[in-house]
Design a protein around this ligand. Structure first.
Ligand code: MG
Length: 377
């Protein structure tokens, strides 16, 4: 029996995690649920799963839920770390969106809880720090991202024989658009992902391929591989979720239908595998799998991610925070699609990266970048 703390239980990964819990009540108990502001759904989840702790980041919404449920609710951003620091729970699913996910991960590591990681910012912005803490506390960080789960499964115990990691990418909704076509794409266009159904922020990040840039940085930290050994390959069908090439030129791939419940379940049950009712892969019906190199001119965010890694220190955190703000501005109609990358590049150009020695260094870089990203130009 695993005792779960689910950070961000009302989002896409959170609800799919709860679906697995619902189908396997003997294997999991939910001890804490947290949400940002979607208290209507959180209320239903609390009634169904009866966690002993509930936290809501938005304080006014927390008060509302407290009145509705008649139980005490932890309030504010710090409450997310509070549930991770408690003695209850041995496995934290971090499916928070944004840099709000970093500090709770560190709190959970200090309490030696296993981490199922779906929050990108934890490793993109604070990777070195987080991996060092995990090692020090002998804590496992299990990826809940289709690509990293695939790499994790392909590597197994052969980490020292890795020659190259090949991260696959669907190419997003704009795969067959030219750079010129991207000038006038709408929010709805960007949200129409061809293979994956995900939250709004990550769907835009897939359209710009910033998401893949994040995944390169995450893979570097998770698997302790230099960035030069990570390649990105566009694979529009999203069947191969990533591959690992070994020194003997044998390449291992992981395949499945694009369904996040597979990597979530793998992390929740690791190191076991259990049967489920999901759709099996029938390769004979697929006919072809396609691959091509990404066009870096069309996907400038992908280049920015490699630039950020090379600049190192606080630069990836700055890139990430600027992206957060600018994707939000794109979604609210304030800026055009191509301005996301243009403006991130400007913010990065104004930043002198510093070495990260504590989480405060990360947090101050993030707040600097957020305020810079709001300024124009
Ligand atoms: Mg992914």
């Amino acid at each position: 029996m695993k005792n779960l703390i689910i950070l961000g239980s009302t989002g896409s990964i959170g609800t799919q995690t709860l679906e697995i819990v619902r189908n396997n009540p003997k294997d999991f108990r939910v001890v804490a649920l947290t949400a940002n502001s979607n208290i209507d759904l959180l209320r239903k989840q609390v009634e169904e799963f009866k966690p002993s702790a509930v936290a809501v980041a938005d304080e006014a919404k927390a008060d509302e839920l407290e009145d509705a449920l008649g139980i005490s609710i932890l309030k504010g951003e710090e409450s997310l770390s509070k549930v991770c620091s408690s003695d209850e729970g041995d496995f934290v699913v971090n499916s928070l969106v944004g840099s709000i996910g970093i500090v709770p991960t560190l709190a959970a590591i200090k309490k030696k809880k296993t981490i199922g990681l779906a929050n990108k910012e934890t490793l993109v912005s604070a990777g070195e720090l987080v991996m060092k803490e995990a090692k020090k506390n002998d804590v496992k960080i299990l990826p809940i991202d289709s690509e990293h789960s695939a790499i994790f499964q392909c590597i197994g115990s052969e980490g020292k024989f890795v020659k190259r990691i090949i991260l696959t990418a669907s190419g997003g909704p704009f795969l067959n658009y030219s750079f010129k076509d991207l000038e006038n794409v709408s929010v709805d266009n960007a949200l129409a992902h061809p293979t994956w159904k995900m939250g709004r922020k990550i769907t835009v990040d897939s359209a710009t391929m910033m998401n893949k840039g994040f995944e390169v940085i995450e893979a570097m930290h998770l698997f302790d591989v230099p960035v030069e050994k990570i390649d990105v390959l566009i694979h529009p069908e999203s069947i191969i979720h990533s591959m690992v090439e070994f020194v003997d030129h044998s390449t291992i791939a992981q395949l499945s239908h694009p369904d996040m419940r597979i990597p979530i379940q793998y992390a929740l049950y690791y190191p076991k595998r259990v049967a489920n009712a999901l759709r099996p892969l029938q390769l004979d019906t697929l006919k072809t799998l396609n691959f091509r190199k990404p066009d870096l001119e069309k996907y400038p965010c992908l280049s920015l991610a490699f630039d950020a890694v090379r600049a190192s220190g606080t630069m990836p955190a700055v890139m990430n925070a600027a992206n957060d703000v600018l994707v939000e501005k794109f979604l609210s109609g304030e800026i055009r699609f191509l301005e996301i990358a243009e403006r991130i590049r400007k913010v990065m150009g104004r930043h002198k990266p510093k070495r990260i020695s504590s989480v405060d260094d990360v947090i101050s870089a993030i707040s600097w970048a957020r305020s810079e990203a709001v300024k124009h130009p």
